[in-house]
Design a protein. Structure first.
Length: 144
């Protein structure tokens, strides 16, 4: 399903079926962490995952409200991570952008320079956002 299906009263858009007759089996969890509401604000950070030709960025939710949930399809220039396991997420950050919905990546962003954290090293990377697949702020607002 596409759209928010967990809280229909707060999200009136009807879920949209993506495919029928499909069974989904989770093979790997690419990232998990505990939320820390006392953590200091961070730079805009995403998790890059997927295989070459089918890469995604998931916004890293920090735990301190307000925050946002977002998923984007992206192209990675000269995909330096072609040999990286698809089951592993790579943190990418943009120090010049605040971790705020107004500063998030959008489908209009192309040629974005980010810093990737790989095996304790920081590497430059350029990417193009293709499609914003999901964006939500109300679930991570201050007052719930």
């Amino acid at each position: 399903m596409r759209n928010h299906f967990e809280q229909p009263p707060a999200h009136p858009d009807e879920p949209v079926a993506i495919a029928d007759g499909v069974t989904v089996e989770v093979l790997d969890v690419v990232h998990a962490h505990r939320f820390d509401p006392a953590a200091p604000p961070q730079a805009l950070t995403y998790l890059l995952f997927g295989a070459p030709g089918e890469r995604f960025l998931a916004h890293l939710i920090g735990g301190r409200p307000p925050d946002f949930d977002q998923l984007l399809a992206v192209d990675v220039a000269a995909d330096a991570f072609a040999e990286a396991p698809a089951s592993r997420a790579i943190a990418v950050s943009m120090a010049e952008r605040a971790n705020a919905p107004a500063d998030r990546l959008t489908a209009d962003d192309a040629g974005i320079d980010v810093r990737a954290q790989v095996d304790g090293r920081e590497l430059p990377l350029r990417l193009d956002a293709i499609t914003e697949l999901y964006f939500e702020t109300s679930d991570l607002a201050e007052a719930m």
